[in-house]
Design a protein around this ligand. Structure first.
Ligand code: G4P
Length: 195
Protein backbone atom coordinates (compact mmCIF):
# COMPACT_ATOMS: atom_id res chain seq x y z
CA UNK A 1 0.00 0.00 0.00
CA UNK A 2 1.81 3.05 -1.30
CA UNK A 3 0.42 5.61 1.13
CA UNK A 4 1.51 3.48 4.09
CA UNK A 5 4.94 2.78 2.65
CA UNK A 6 5.45 6.50 2.01
CA UNK A 7 4.50 7.27 5.61
CA UNK A 8 6.91 4.61 6.87
CA UNK A 9 9.68 6.06 4.75
CA UNK A 10 9.06 9.67 5.70
CA UNK A 11 8.20 9.24 9.38
CA UNK A 12 9.40 5.81 10.52
CA UNK A 13 12.57 5.60 12.57
CA UNK A 14 14.73 2.49 12.44
CA UNK A 15 15.70 1.89 16.06
CA UNK A 16 17.67 -1.29 15.43
CA UNK A 17 17.85 -4.12 12.90
CA UNK A 18 14.72 -5.53 14.53
CA UNK A 19 12.57 -2.57 15.52
CA UNK A 20 10.85 0.18 13.57
CA UNK A 21 9.40 3.13 15.46
CA UNK A 22 6.16 4.45 13.97
CA UNK A 23 4.84 6.40 16.91
CA UNK A 24 4.04 9.44 14.82
CA UNK A 25 1.25 7.78 12.80
CA UNK A 26 0.39 4.34 14.20
CA UNK A 27 1.53 3.55 17.74
CA UNK A 28 1.02 6.80 19.64
CA UNK A 29 -0.15 9.62 17.40
CA UNK A 30 -2.58 8.39 14.74
CA UNK A 31 -2.97 9.59 11.18
CA UNK A 32 -6.75 9.35 10.62
CA UNK A 33 -6.62 9.78 6.86
CA UNK A 34 -4.13 6.95 6.54
CA UNK A 35 -6.20 4.85 8.96
CA UNK A 36 -9.29 5.29 6.79
CA UNK A 37 -7.37 4.28 3.69
CA UNK A 38 -6.02 1.23 5.50
CA UNK A 39 -9.55 0.13 6.32
CA UNK A 40 -10.54 0.40 2.66
CA UNK A 41 -7.42 -1.44 1.56
CA UNK A 42 -8.01 -4.34 3.96
CA UNK A 43 -11.56 -4.74 2.69
CA UNK A 44 -10.43 -4.70 -0.93
CA UNK A 45 -7.62 -7.19 -0.25
CA UNK A 46 -9.92 -9.74 1.30
CA UNK A 47 -12.47 -9.11 -1.40
CA UNK A 48 -15.40 -10.62 0.43
CA UNK A 49 -18.45 -9.41 2.26
CA UNK A 50 -18.94 -12.38 4.53
CA UNK A 51 -17.18 -10.99 7.59
CA UNK A 52 -19.50 -10.41 10.50
CA UNK A 53 -17.00 -8.99 12.98
CA UNK A 54 -13.55 -7.43 13.25
CA UNK A 55 -11.31 -8.42 16.17
CA UNK A 56 -8.12 -6.75 17.31
CA UNK A 57 -6.07 -6.24 20.48
CA UNK A 58 -5.60 -3.04 22.37
CA UNK A 59 -4.16 -0.55 21.83
CA UNK A 60 -2.55 0.13 18.47
CA UNK A 61 -4.69 -2.34 16.56
CA UNK A 62 -7.83 -0.41 17.35
CA UNK A 63 -7.51 2.42 14.80
CA UNK A 64 -7.00 0.28 11.67
CA UNK A 65 -9.50 -2.28 12.96
CA UNK A 66 -12.06 0.47 13.53
CA UNK A 67 -11.78 1.80 9.98
CA UNK A 68 -11.95 -1.73 8.58
CA UNK A 69 -15.10 -2.45 10.59
CA UNK A 70 -16.59 0.86 9.45
CA UNK A 71 -15.89 -0.03 5.83
CA UNK A 72 -17.39 -3.52 6.27
CA UNK A 73 -20.38 -2.22 8.20
CA UNK A 74 -19.80 -4.59 11.09
CA UNK A 75 -18.81 -4.18 14.72
CA UNK A 76 -15.32 -4.16 16.11
CA UNK A 77 -14.25 -6.00 19.25
CA UNK A 78 -10.89 -5.42 20.87
CA UNK A 79 -9.28 -7.92 23.20
CA UNK A 80 -8.14 -6.46 26.48
CA UNK A 81 -4.70 -7.07 27.87
CA UNK A 82 -5.95 -6.44 31.39
CA UNK A 83 -9.37 -7.44 32.59
CA UNK A 84 -11.55 -4.36 33.05
CA UNK A 85 -13.32 -3.51 36.29
CA UNK A 86 -16.73 -4.26 34.85
CA UNK A 87 -15.82 -7.50 33.11
CA UNK A 88 -17.38 -10.66 34.53
CA UNK A 89 -15.93 -14.16 34.27
CA UNK A 90 -18.08 -14.67 31.20
CA UNK A 91 -14.97 -14.36 29.00
CA UNK A 92 -12.71 -16.12 26.55
CA UNK A 93 -8.99 -15.89 27.35
CA UNK A 94 -5.71 -16.77 25.67
CA UNK A 95 -2.12 -16.42 26.81
CA UNK A 96 0.08 -14.41 24.45
CA UNK A 97 3.83 -14.54 24.86
CA UNK A 98 5.73 -11.55 23.53
CA UNK A 99 9.23 -12.44 22.40
CA UNK A 100 9.91 -8.72 21.98
CA UNK A 101 8.97 -7.87 25.55
CA UNK A 102 9.63 -11.33 27.06
CA UNK A 103 6.36 -11.36 28.95
CA UNK A 104 3.06 -13.18 28.79
CA UNK A 105 -0.24 -11.34 28.73
CA UNK A 106 -3.56 -13.05 29.20
CA UNK A 107 -5.89 -11.46 26.68
CA UNK A 108 -9.61 -11.39 27.32
CA UNK A 109 -12.79 -11.00 25.25
CA UNK A 110 -16.32 -11.10 26.64
CA UNK A 111 -18.38 -14.07 25.47
CA UNK A 112 -21.14 -11.59 24.69
CA UNK A 113 -19.35 -10.25 21.62
CA UNK A 114 -18.29 -13.27 19.57
CA UNK A 115 -20.53 -16.20 18.85
CA UNK A 116 -20.44 -19.36 16.78
CA UNK A 117 -22.05 -17.82 13.72
CA UNK A 118 -19.34 -15.14 13.39
CA UNK A 119 -16.83 -14.96 10.55
CA UNK A 120 -14.07 -12.89 12.00
CA UNK A 121 -11.46 -10.68 10.40
CA UNK A 122 -8.49 -10.25 12.76
CA UNK A 123 -6.55 -6.99 12.38
CA UNK A 124 -3.31 -6.01 14.11
CA UNK A 125 -0.73 -3.27 13.72
CA UNK A 126 2.50 -5.32 13.70
CA UNK A 127 3.33 -8.89 12.81
CA UNK A 128 6.59 -10.10 14.34
CA UNK A 129 6.35 -13.58 15.82
CA UNK A 130 2.65 -14.01 15.26
CA UNK A 131 1.77 -14.67 18.87
CA UNK A 132 -0.80 -11.88 19.25
CA UNK A 133 -2.67 -12.95 16.11
CA UNK A 134 -2.56 -16.61 17.20
CA UNK A 135 -3.98 -15.63 20.60
CA UNK A 136 -6.82 -13.76 18.93
CA UNK A 137 -7.45 -16.75 16.66
CA UNK A 138 -7.62 -19.03 19.71
CA UNK A 139 -10.31 -16.80 21.18
CA UNK A 140 -12.33 -16.91 17.95
CA UNK A 141 -12.07 -20.67 17.90
CA UNK A 142 -13.08 -21.00 21.56
CA UNK A 143 -16.26 -19.17 20.58
CA UNK A 144 -16.88 -21.75 17.84
CA UNK A 145 -16.55 -18.95 15.28
CA UNK A 146 -14.37 -18.87 12.15
CA UNK A 147 -11.21 -16.88 11.48
CA UNK A 148 -11.86 -15.77 7.90
CA UNK A 149 -8.73 -13.66 7.53
CA UNK A 150 -5.87 -11.91 9.29
CA UNK A 151 -4.94 -8.37 8.22
CA UNK A 152 -1.68 -6.79 9.35
CA UNK A 153 -0.58 -3.19 8.92
CA UNK A 154 3.20 -3.72 9.09
CA UNK A 155 4.71 -7.15 8.71
CA UNK A 156 8.34 -7.69 9.61
CA UNK A 157 8.92 -10.40 7.04
CA UNK A 158 12.36 -11.23 8.45
CA UNK A 159 10.64 -12.60 11.56
CA UNK A 160 8.64 -15.85 11.59
CA UNK A 161 5.10 -14.52 12.22
CA UNK A 162 3.77 -14.77 8.68
CA UNK A 163 4.90 -18.37 8.27
CA UNK A 164 3.51 -19.29 11.70
CA UNK A 165 0.09 -17.99 10.67
CA UNK A 166 0.20 -19.59 7.20
CA UNK A 167 1.23 -22.92 8.75
CA UNK A 168 -1.76 -22.67 11.06
CA UNK A 169 -3.95 -22.38 7.96
CA UNK A 170 -4.87 -18.69 8.07
CA UNK A 171 -5.17 -16.29 5.17
CA UNK A 172 -2.81 -13.35 5.83
CA UNK A 173 -2.75 -9.95 4.12
CA UNK A 174 -0.18 -7.33 5.13
CA UNK A 175 -0.31 -3.74 3.90
CA UNK A 176 3.45 -3.23 4.16
CA UNK A 177 5.98 -6.06 4.25
CA UNK A 178 9.42 -5.18 5.50
CA UNK A 179 12.26 -7.28 4.18
CA UNK A 180 14.92 -5.77 6.44
CA UNK A 181 15.86 -2.83 8.63
CA UNK A 182 19.60 -3.26 8.17
CA UNK A 183 21.91 -0.23 7.81
CA UNK A 184 19.16 2.07 9.09
CA UNK A 185 17.25 1.47 5.89
CA UNK A 186 13.70 0.26 5.48
CA UNK A 187 13.75 -2.29 2.71
CA UNK A 188 10.38 -3.62 1.57
CA UNK A 189 9.79 -7.15 0.37
CA UNK A 190 9.51 -5.99 -3.23
CA UNK A 191 13.30 -5.38 -2.93
CA UNK A 192 13.09 -1.68 -3.63
CA UNK A 193 15.56 0.19 -1.43
CA UNK A 194 14.10 3.50 -0.37
CA UNK A 195 15.24 6.05 2.27
P1 G4P B 1 3.89 -10.88 17.87
O1 G4P B 1 2.54 -10.62 18.46
O2 G4P B 1 3.87 -10.84 16.36
O3 G4P B 1 4.46 -12.19 18.38
O4 G4P B 1 4.83 -9.69 18.31
P2 G4P B 1 5.69 -9.37 19.62
O5 G4P B 1 5.13 -10.13 20.76
O6 G4P B 1 7.10 -9.57 19.25
O7 G4P B 1 5.32 -7.82 19.81
C1 G4P B 1 4.88 -7.29 21.02
C2 G4P B 1 4.52 -5.83 20.87
O8 G4P B 1 5.57 -5.15 20.19
C3 G4P B 1 3.26 -5.53 20.11
O9 G4P B 1 2.74 -4.30 20.54
C4 G4P B 1 3.80 -5.33 18.69
O10 G4P B 1 2.89 -4.58 17.92
C5 G4P B 1 5.05 -4.56 18.99
N1 G4P B 1 6.10 -4.64 17.98
C6 G4P B 1 6.78 -5.72 17.56
N2 G4P B 1 7.74 -5.35 16.70
C7 G4P B 1 7.66 -3.99 16.58
C8 G4P B 1 8.38 -3.02 15.83
O11 G4P B 1 9.32 -3.29 15.07
N3 G4P B 1 7.99 -1.73 15.99
C9 G4P B 1 6.97 -1.37 16.80
N4 G4P B 1 6.67 -0.07 16.85
N5 G4P B 1 6.26 -2.25 17.51
C10 G4P B 1 6.62 -3.55 17.40
P3 G4P B 1 2.00 -4.02 21.90
O12 G4P B 1 2.91 -4.21 23.05
O13 G4P B 1 0.77 -4.87 21.92
O14 G4P B 1 1.69 -2.48 21.80
P4 G4P B 1 0.38 -1.66 21.60
O15 G4P B 1 -0.52 -2.36 20.62
O16 G4P B 1 -0.25 -1.57 22.96
O17 G4P B 1 0.84 -0.36 21.04
Amino acid sequence: MKMLKDEILSKGIVLSEGVLKVDSFLNHQINPVLSLEMGKEFVSRFDQTSFTKVLTIESSGIAPAFTTALELGVELVFARKKKSLTMSDHVYTADVYSFTKQETNTITVSKDFINESDQVLIIDDFLANGQAALGLAKIVEQAGAKVSGIGIVIEKSFQPGRQVLLDAGYNVESLARIHSLKNNQVRFVDETVLV
